[in-house]
Ligand binder design. Structure first.
Ligand SMILES: *Cc1c(COP(=O)(O)O)cnc(C)c1O
Length: 432
């Protein structure tokens, strides 16, 4: 079996995500045979550093021996069981640990199986909690340039035109308030004032504001100051509006803190987690909420008050075992502390990019680095050129438009960082 044979078989029967399939008439598809640590290896024997953690999910490398062992162990005991009326040890243990690790006041865990579904759960719970408190609030607020997933509800609160525009007639009501325009505290205050002005007018209709704390991922790694989170929390309290923190991407240490909300010392009403939750192994998501929200649903059976939402694979035991193994590694290896070194190292290496004429700016929040290019029209698809260049040199970079970024697994070494960032530098220089 080689790349060409597998590509041919693939294209006969598969339709790939987020892809104009015709691109693959020129753009080679890459069949991966195996992976270990930060490396992916294809069927022709080429190796690639996974600089994007396989779409932002992988934390401790591919085929991590500890996580593998824990999943194997679980596989021999219980693979899956219905979570309505039944429960299991892995999901209980995971929930206890998440309640301890996340901001104070989040006490209950509701599971789904991907980030978008987690967002749907949070939106429905928010609306329903107000309803159970005899309030009708039909509108959600989100930030400009935000991304919350691809299902209809999640897409409705997102603001990336590329994904949303076509489906506009199908979407639920949402209003966008400006995201802070840059990382300064002034920009944070300005954006918070705009949100407050909106609340002053529409608070009675607004169920919740949903946001990606500190870094907007699919919105080209746009970063803002933590002061914004602090101010939004205050405004939400004042106007009885829920705060939904979508930490699907930034959770589990990406921003330097275990959870981004902790950088501003705030507790959201809903915290949505997925991606890194299982270390990048299996689909799982969870929405944590407060006892206050939980209490709004808790009463003698009445079908309109209970949260009758479910997914077949809710709280899957294998996925929970992977998540528990992931949390074991965080504890055992003191990961957040150790990452600070990698954060500093990437920060130093990022400086060099500023001297390139086609670089507009560089930015970093914890383990996420971004380099914004300038002077290219969208149809030039510079991102694609960087992607192709990276693959030839053994690095999987996947720019978002004209923003090149790094979001590597936490186990990346300095030497691997050197390769990843030097190849990106050469790729950007080669465009000049
Ligand atoms: C990826 C992502 C989602 C959607 O998660 P899926 O598992 O892809 O459905 C939602 N919110 C944010 C911030 C994300 O980065």
């Amino acid at each position: 079996m080689n790349n060409a044979e597998l590509t041919q078989r693939d294209l006969a029967v598969l339709w790939h995500p987020c892809t104009q399939m015709k691109d693959h008439e020129q753009l080679p598809l890459i069949p991966i045979k195996k992976a270990h640590g930060v490396y992916l290896e294809d069927f022709d024997g080429n190796r690639y550093i996974d600089a994007i953690s396989s779409w932002w999910v992988n934390l401790f490398g591919h085929t991590n021996s500890y996580i593998n062992a824990k999943i194997r162990e679980q596989l021999e005991t219980l693979e899956h069981v219905i979570l309505a009326g039944f429960t299991h040890e892995q999901v209980i243990r995971l929930s206890e640990r998440l309640v301890k690790l996340t901001p104070k006041g989040l006490e209950k865990c509701f599971y789904a199986d991907n980030g978008s579904s987690g967002v749907e759960v949070a939106l429905k719970m928010s609306f329903h909690a107000h309803k159970n408190n005899s309030k009708t609030k039909n509108i959600f607020v989100s930030l400009t340039n935000s991304y919350h997933g691809e299902t209809i509800g999640a897409l409705s609160v997102g603001d990336v035109k590329l994904y949303k525009e076509t489906y506009e007639p199908l979407l639920i009501q949402s209003i966008q308030t400006p995201v802070p325009k840059d990382g300064s505290i002034e920009a944070a205050r300005e954006a918070a004032s705009a949100f407050e002005a909106l609340c002053a007018l529409r608070a009675d209709d607004i169920s919740a504001i949903i946001l990606e704390p500190l870094v907007q991922g699919a919105g080209s790694m746009h970063m803002y100051h933590k002061e914004f989170l602090f101010l939004v929390r205050k405004i939400c309290n004042k106007y009885d509006i829920h705060l939904i923190a979508d930490e699907v991407m930034v959770g589990f240490g990406r921003t330097g803190e275990m959870f981004a909300c902790q950088s501003a010392n705030i507790t959201p009403d809903f915290l949505v987690l997925s991606k890194g939750l299982t270390g990048g192994y299996l689909p799982l998501s969870v929405v944590l909420t407060t006892n206050e929200i939980y209490g709004a649903f808790y009463c003698d059976y009445n079908e309109n008050r209970a949260f009758l939402h479910s997914h077949s694979y809710t709280g899957n035991a294998l996925a929970c075992a992977a998540a528990n193994a992931t949390l074991d590694i965080f504890e055992r290896d003191n990961v957040i502390e150790k990452n600070r070194e990698t954060v500093a190292y990437m920060g130093e290496k990022l400086e060099r990019f500023k001297s390139l004429k086609n670089v507009l700016s560089v930015r970093q929040t914890g383990m996420i680095c971004a380099i914004e290019l300038q002077g290219y029209a969208p149809k030039e698809r510079v991102g694609l050129q960087v992607y192709n260049y990276g693959l030839k040199r053994g690095v999987l970079l996947r720019p978002l438009g004209h923003v090149v970024y790094f979001m590597p697994p936490y186990i990346i070494t300095k030497e691997e960082c050197d390769v990843m960032m030097d190849v990106a530098y050469d790729a950007i220089e080669s465009l000049l």
